[in-house]
Design a binder for this molecule. Structure first.
Ligand SMILES: NC(=O)c1ccc[n+]([C@@H]2O[C@H](COP(=O)([O-])OP(=O)(O)OC[C@H]3O[C@@H](n4cnc5c(N)ncnc54)[C@H](OP(=O)(O)O)[C@@H]3O)[C@@H](O)[C@H]2O)c1
Length: 325
């Protein structure tokens, strides 16, 4: 397809789990996709990689001129040991990318129509059983504080009129990244135990529905402000692990005490808080906007991802399919 006259979507940090999917999604919807990345050689057609360093205002800033949308996914992956250095980088990579994009938008004669910014449901902290729609109280702790500063940098950046959408993203279920492949492997190896007391809530969303939300945010001018991006079908960590064991027909295993989760997380180069804390998200504003999830329930979402699309349950009516004589 000739994309030279097609509306442009700028994907900042678009080489990761969500970004690689969105390159395909926006290209298939007819957009010219430009990925702002530290590794442009990793980007393949139909998308185009453009080198960026949020600390330097070089050629990349010109890409935003007249663009249909900016979608910012940049940020150090939070699945790491929370050392002082990695905490600093988790925060800095998010704030600096937002500030750099805001400055680039200010330099545009024709600014992008919309900016869709990735955020996280972790903003609600470790919220126990409280349902968290967008009006729920903001939480405490490192992850929540990062999210609060991330959101403030986005909403408070002085900019010409640009529609701003903040997506507070839940646990995205996909095969090409995120935590699902790791948890599925554990379940397959008879090690699919609940973490700690297993009562922490997991607010999940199928990657396919996440793609649809990102596309809708670009295309629907009514989408503005903050949206929780998760289904209304949050489950506890124990329920999630039980569902994974059921998929692989594995027996029940005792829960892993918190101290063992901490040791295992450290050995795996991760942080135990990712497994031991949670929140019960509710996509209040997406529901008000009439968004319908293709995967509202966990069982079918995991089935599709881990076992593949199922054959139709009903036998097609062969006679009805025959051409009329
Ligand atoms: N996946 C989820 O379940 C989930 C849940 C909640 C929130 N989110 C948020 O959604 C966004 C995208 O998620 P994802 O899963 O696609 O993340 P990802 O796979 O880790 O990709 C993030 C991208 O950010 C860029 N990046 C990494 N470290 C950076 C640094 N130090 N400085 C500047 N850029 C850096 C990288 O792009 P380059 O290497 O190309 O520069 C990378 O491709 C992230 O901000 C994440 O926090 C994701």
């Amino acid at each position: 397809m000739d994309t030279t006259s097609a509306p442009k979507v700028i994907l900042a940090g678009g080489t990761g789990f969500l970004g690689r999917r969105l390159q395909r999604v926006y290209a298939a919807a007819g957009y010219d996709v430009v990925v702002l990345t530290r590794q442009p050689e990793k980007v393949a057609a139909p998308a185009r990689g453009v080198a960026w360093d949020p600390a330097r205002f070089t050629e990349w800033t010109k890409e935003l001129e007249g663009a249909a949308a900016v979608v910012n996914l940049a940020g150090k992956n939070v699945d790491c040991r929370y050392t002082k250095a990695s905490r600093t980088e988790i925060l800095k990579s998010r704030i600096n990318s937002v500030r750099a994009l805001a400055e680039a938008v200010r330099r545009c004669a024709v600014p992008p129509a919309v900016w869709v910014q990735a955020g996280s449901l972790a903003v609600y902290g470790d919220a126990g059983p409280l349902w968290c729609d967008e009006t729920a109280p903001i939480g405490e702790g490192f992850a929540s504080e990062v999210c609060q500063k991330w959101e403030a940098a986005f909403f408070k950046a002085p900019m010409p009129p640009v529609r701003r959408v903040m997506l507070r993203i839940g646990f995205v279920l996909g095969n090409e990244g995120g935590a699902l492949p790791v948890l599925a492997r554990l379940a397959k190896w008879f090690a699919g135990a609940a973490a700690g007391n297993g009562r922490q809530w997991v607010s999940w969303i199928h990657a396919h529905d996440m793609d649809r939300i990102f596309l809708r945010c670009v295309q629907d001018p009514a989408m503005t402000g903050t949206f929780n991006a998760c289904t209304a079908g949050a489950v506890t960590n124990a329920e999630l692990m039980a569902e994974l064991r059921t998929i692989y027909r594995r027996p029940s295993v005792p829960g892993l005490p918190a101290w063992m989760v901490k040791a295992a997380a450290w050995l795996m180069g991760s942080d135990a808080s990712l497994a031991l804390t949670g929140r019960r998200g509710l996509p209040g504003r997406l529901m008000e906007a009439g968004f319908r999830f293709d995967y509202p329930a966990l069982g079918p979402a995991l089935d599709e991802l881990l076992l593949g699309p199922r054959l139709p349950v009903t036998v097609p009516d062969r006679m009805a399919a025959l051409p009329a004589r």
